[in-house]
Write a protein that binds this ligand. Structure first.
Ligand SMILES: [Zn+2]
Length: 217
């Protein structure tokens, strides 16, 4: 075999997929001002059906950290420190589905209320997204007190997921990409026909198509 040809073992440094299944070309940079911190579970990094890398590639104001239990100082920095020198401080919100977490007695810190007055301008918000199956996301919340101390934003009246190729989500839950796109649209106050809403929907539709093609190949 020609040594210059990509082998199946070689991975794209951006989306962590094998080079022949790289999805980076699907990404479209979206104009947004809300900051997005993606905390990706290590099992999600090479997950072919994962959407965290694609999300990161579409959002210029996003950062991606990989881990399950984060060192407290590092997490605090990622959650609360300005990303740009001299930038205004931001309120971090945890995007988290309304689940039975509130009803369990497992010692979770009660989340503080959303910043007042609500809604805040997107320029002062940082959305924190847990990228993993719902079990892994819940574990990340349970073992990182820094995440529990964030106000939680739950999406209500979510549409059904278009992501039928993945069953790792609880009923009513969306993929990280869909949930974040929906949260972005609400926090940025984008109308349904706004360009970023359409672009994100198109990127996601193209991603699903590419996954279906690969499955049938
Ligand atoms: Zn790639």
């Amino acid at each position: 075999m020609n040594a210059l040809q990509p082998t199946t073992r070689q991975r794209c440094p951006h989306c962590a997929r094998a080079l022949k299944t790289c999805i980076c070309a699907l990404a479209v940079p979206i104009a947004h001002c809300l900051e997005v911190l993606i905390l990706m579970h290590p099992l999600e990094v090479h997950e072919a059906k994962g959407t965290g890398h694609l999300l990161h590639a579409c959002l210029p104001h996003s950062r991606l950290l990989i881990g399950e239990r984060f060192e407290a100082g590092l997490l605090h920095q990622a959650l609360h420190a300005p990303w740009e020198p001299g930038a205004r401080p931001r309120h971090s919100l945890l995007l988290y589905p309304e689940t039975d977490v509130q009803n369990t007695s497992l010692g979770l810190i009660q989340p503080p209320a959303l910043p007042a007055p609500w809604p805040c301008q997107p320029e002062v918000l940082r959305l924190v997204v847990l990228d993993g199956t719902w079990r892994k996301s819940r574990k990340m919340l349970f073992i990182n007190p820094g995440l529990q101390s964030l106000p939680r934003l739950a999406l209500s009246e979510t549409p059904a997921s278009a992501y039928a190729i993945r069953k790792a989500h609880a009923p009513g839950q969306l993929s990280s990409f869909e949930a974040t796109a929906l949260a972005l649209a609400r926090l940025q106050a984008w109308p349904p026909d706004a360009a970023p809403v359409r672009q994100l929907a198109q990127v996601f539709a193209a991603f699903i198509q590419s996954q279906q093609r690969q499955r049938s190949a």
